[in-house]
Each structure stands twice: as structure tokens, then as C-alpha cells.
Write a protein that binds this ligand. Structure first.
Ligand code: 2AM
Length: 478
């Protein structure tokens, strides 16, 4: 065969990735269960590059140069296993099967192991950037053997987004499920970013009294500073949009029930298993969930609470500046938590993920792309073993400068009854981590009281138990 890579599964993501490969000078074999899609691709876009249209699995496999690089772009789940089972018997040792779908990293680990035992490389690839990214340059997060990356990496570099400094947004994240894991955390961070932006909007609307158009202007201004990011940019677009049918701001005619496809939930579930406090991401998932509980919300409407108090123009402008500070500080916390999860996953599964490289490939192509990620890359490049982004010199200074405003915003929100779970959770995380002493000591006392769970002491080694029901003397519990 002569095709450098093959794509099977030609719904929009697969089709756009195949076109991206072809547009970048690679001969691409294309295949789909239903052959009409394959023909449509070549009919509609055949002039963009070199495609080899294949009707059967055998034809598809035969079209690929060796080692074969076969990319599966079907719906995550059973379809992926079905397609793997269909092709694996046709492949030879050293061939590479690539799953570019949104698989759970645990499935990717299982598939990688099963195929490795058959001498076939399996690469789970996180692809971010949606349909547009797939066509014009996504951020790509491949996980698999180093040998498979040698054969595949250069091709992925051709189609990846370019960071502002020109480097392609793809790196060998680590073995087996590392790529899909990192993609999952990316999505969790995306949820948190979106929630924080939504809270900023809500505060500007309810407390500062700004209109959606005015808030769009505010976000545009913020987008020229340190918050410069794709999500802030599109937020301004959405807020400036007017509904054609009613002439009302678009944001006022959209039902306020947020949906989710589940990768944010996976992030939080996995974080719970790993014992990583990703409170900002969790609050973002819960905020969407809460918004969808229509009956609960209906029956709770009118519960007592304060309403927002109107600010004059000058106070409103000052408050808006504070919200920018609160948003930025909370964003640092979200990323701190997300990168903690990446490190925890990496340690649990022995992936040796380079967090600086992850930040670098999120700089372009994906939904959370932002100038900010370059700062994170720098932080890890300066200190590869950095335990927490909060302890990076620059972030530490920025939070020091932002924190009075951050606290004021959270206090104002509480006083005026505006829910800010993201801002509040981020601040609580920050204050908990910097505390000398936590009330966890009391928690340990309670646990020892009702369940004899024992505790450790600050002044001596060992585990201890207090005879709460007896004379309350302390005994060694080892
Ligand atoms: P289809 O066009 O034949 O339906 C998104 O659903 C993509 O995944 C489509 O290209 C679809 O093929 C493909 N797909 C879904 N389930 C599949 C399966 N079990 N086997 C092969 N392809 C599948």
C-alpha cells in the first residue's frame, strides 16, 4: 500500500481529520462501514489532496504502507471495540491502531494491553478543537508506546494546530491511557473555565447592573489582557448576539439548563478515585447538574434571600475590575487542580507525563487555548518538579495582588445572594492550602470518638486512640 495513514469512520470528525491529513500532503486511505460516506468524501473534497477510497476492510488494510497506521474515528464505546475486532485479524506485528475518539482512559488501557499481546500498537489519542479544529489544526494528545509515537508523531505534527511560537500542538503524552486521560482533564478544566466565566457574567449582570451588550464589551477588554483566551472571546460573541425572533439578547431567550456529554463527570469521578481535590471542576459539573433540575428549581423559587443592590456607575466599574481579578485568581486555582490530577494520574499509572509539555500543546487548537497556558508551560519548564502551580513565583505574586478583590467579590456575592460556586470553591481551596492548621484535626478526633479510627499526634510518631467511653486516657494503637 501507499497510503501513509488510514481513517475509518467518516462522520464529521473523521472526515475532517482525513481532509486535514490530505491537505498536508499525506496520502490518506479512507473507509466507512457505510460506503456512501466514503464516496461522498472523495466526491466533495477529493481535489484537496490524495485519497484512496476503500470499500472493504481488506481493501483498506491493503492500501496502507507498513507499519500500517489505521485511525478509528467512530463513536466511543462498543463501536470502537467492534471496529478493533474487525481490523485486528487483518493486521501484522508492528502495525498501529489509533483511536481518535473520546474514549475513557480505562478503556484505552484495556485495549492497548489486549492489542499489545497480539503485537499491535494501540494509540489512544485525545483530539480537541471540535470539527473546526479537526479540519484546520487540533490539539492532539497521543498515548501509547514510544515506538508507535516514532512512527506516528511526525504525521500528527503535520496536522496539529501551531502554538504562537510555531511549535505543533502535539506531544507524546505517555504510555497507554495517558493521552485520553489528559484529554479528559482538559475537558474538566474547560468546564471549570466556562463556569467561572458564567459566574463573572452573572455578577456583572446582577450586581453591576450591566446589560449583556455591556458585558460583551467588558469581556472584549479583558480579552486583550491576561485573560486573553478563546472562551472569553466567544463569550463576548454570544453575549453581543441578539435573538432574531424577539429582538431580545440571545442569552435571555436560551433556556437556562446546561447539558453535558460526560467528560467533565469522568474527570471528577477519576479525581475522587485518585483522591485529588478538583473542587472547581466538581462545582462546574454540579452547577450544570443543578441548572437542569427544573422541578427542584421551580419548587425552590421564592425561598428567602437578599436581592442584588444596584450600584452607581462608578461603583459598578470598580466592581467589574474586581470581578476580573476574581476570575483570574480562580482560573489559576482551576488549572492548579487540573494539573494536580494530571500528576496524580501519571504517578498512579507510571506515565511520566511532562506537565509543561501538556500546557504547551493546549496553547492552540483546543477549547481552553489561551495566552495563560504559556505561563504554565514556563512555570513547569523553570521548575519541572513544581508541586503546585500556586507555588510558582509569578502565580503566587498575581494571586497576592488579586486576593483582596477576589475576597470582596465572593463576599459581595454571598451578601447579595448571587451563587458563585466556582469563585468560592477556588478561594476556599486557596485558603485551605495556605492554612497553618486545618480543622481536619477535629475531624480526626470525631472519627476516633465514634469509630476508634485512631489519630496521629503533632509531637510524637505512632497511632493513638483515646478511651472516650472510659477514663479518656490515651493508648498507643499500633
Ligand atoms: P456509518 O456511517 O456506517 O454509520 C459515527 O457514527 C461514525 O461511526 C460513522 O462513520 C459510523 O458509520 C461509524 N460507526 C458507528 N458504529 C460503527 C460500528 N459498529 N462499526 C463500524 N462503524 C461504525
Amino acid at each position: 500500500g501507499t497510503a501513509r495513514i488510514g481513517v475509518t469512520g467518516l462522520a464529521v470528525m473523521g472526515r475532517n481529520l482525513a481532509r486535514n491529513f490530505a491537505r498536508n500532503g499525506l496520502t490518506v486511505a479512507v473507509h466507512n462501514r457505510t460506503a456512501s460516506r466514503t464516496r461522498a468524501l472523495v466526491d466533495d473534497f477529493g481535489d484537496e489532496g490524495s485519497f484512496v477510497a476503500c470499500e472493504s476492510a481488506e481493501e483498506f488494510v491493503a492500501a496502507l504502507e507498513r507499519p500500517r497506521r489505521l485511525m478509528i474515528m467512530v463513536k466511543a464505546g462498543d463501536a470502537t471495540d467492534a471496529v478493533i475486532e474487525e481490523f485486528a485479524p487483518l493486521l501484522e506485528e508492528g502495525d498501529i491502531v489509533i483511536d481518535g475518539g473520546n474514549a475513557h482512559f480505562a478503556d484505552t488501557r484495556r485495549r492497548e494491553k489486549a492489542l499489545r499481546e497480539r503485537g499491535i500498537h494501540f494509540v489512544g489519542v485525545g483530539v480537541s478543537g471540535g470539527e473546526e479544529g479537526a479540519l484546520n489544526g487540533p490539539s492532539i494528545m497521543p498515548g501509547g508506546s514510544a515506538a508507535s509515537y516514532e512512527a506516528l508523531g511526525p504525521l500528527l505534527e503535520r496536522i496539529a494546530a501551531r502554538a504562537p511560537d510555531g511549535t505543533p500542538c502535539v506531544t507524546h503524552v505517555g504510555p497507554d491511557g495517558a493521552g485520553h486521560f489528559v484529554k479528559m482533564v482538559h475537558n474538566g478544566i474547560e468546564y471549570a473555565d466556562m463556569q467561572l466565566i458564567a459566574e463573572a457574567y452573572h455578577l456583572l449582570r446582577a450586581v453591576a447592573g450591566y446589560s449583556p451588550a455591556r458585558i460583551a464589551e467588558t469581556f472584549r477588554t479583558w480579552n486583550t489582557g491576561r485573560l486573553d483566551s478563546y472562551l472569553i472571546e466567544i463569550t463576548a460573541e454570544v453575549l453581543a448576539h441578539t435573538d432574531a425572533a424577539t429582538g431580545e439578547p440571545f442569552v435571555d431567550v436560551v433556556a437556562d439548563r446546561a447539558e453535558q456529554k460526560g467528560t467533565g463527570r469522568w474527570t471528577v469521578q477519576t479525581a475522587l478515585d485518585l483522591g485529588v481535590p478538583v473542587s472547581g471542576i466538581a462545582e462546574a459539573v454540579f452547577a450544570r447538574s443543578l441548572s437542569g433540575h427544573a422541578e427542584l428549581r421551580e419548587s425552590s423559587r421564592g425561598l428567602p434571600g437578599p436581592g442584588p443592590a444596584a450600584l452607581d456607575e462608578e461603583a459598578a466599574a470598580r466592581f467589574a475590575d474586581r470581578v476580573e481579578q476574581a476570575l483570574y485568581a480562580s482560573k489559576i486555582v482551576s488549572y492548579t487542580q487540573g494539573f494536580h490530577q494530571v500528576r496524580a494520574g501519571s504517578e498512579e499509572y507510571g506515565w511520566e507525563v511532562d506537565p509543561g509539555a501538556v500546557a504547551a500543546i493546549w496553547r492552540a487548537g483546543c477549547i481552553i487555548r489561551a495566552a495563560f497556558l504559556d505561563r504554565i508551560r514556563e512555570a513547569y519548564d523553570t521548575r519541572p518538579g513544581l508541586p503546585s502551580l500556586l507555588t510558582d513565583k509569578l502565580f503566587r505574586e498575581e494571586i497576592a495582588a488579586a486576593q483582596d478583590d477576589w475576597r470582596e467579590v465572593v463576599a459581595t456575592a454571598a451578601r447579595q445572594g448571587v451563587p458563585t460556586p466556582g469563585f468560592s470553591a477556588a478561594l476556599a481551596y486557596y485558603d485551605a492550602l495556605r492554612a497553618d492548621r486545618l480543622p481536619a484535626a477535629l475531624t480526626q478526633g470525631q472519627r476516633d470518638f465514634f469509630g476508634a479510627h485512631t489519630y496521629r499526634r503533632t509531637d510524637r510518631e505512632g497511632a493513638f486512640h483515646t478511651l472516650w467511653a472510659g477514663d479518656r486516657s490515651e493508648v498507643a494503637a499500633d
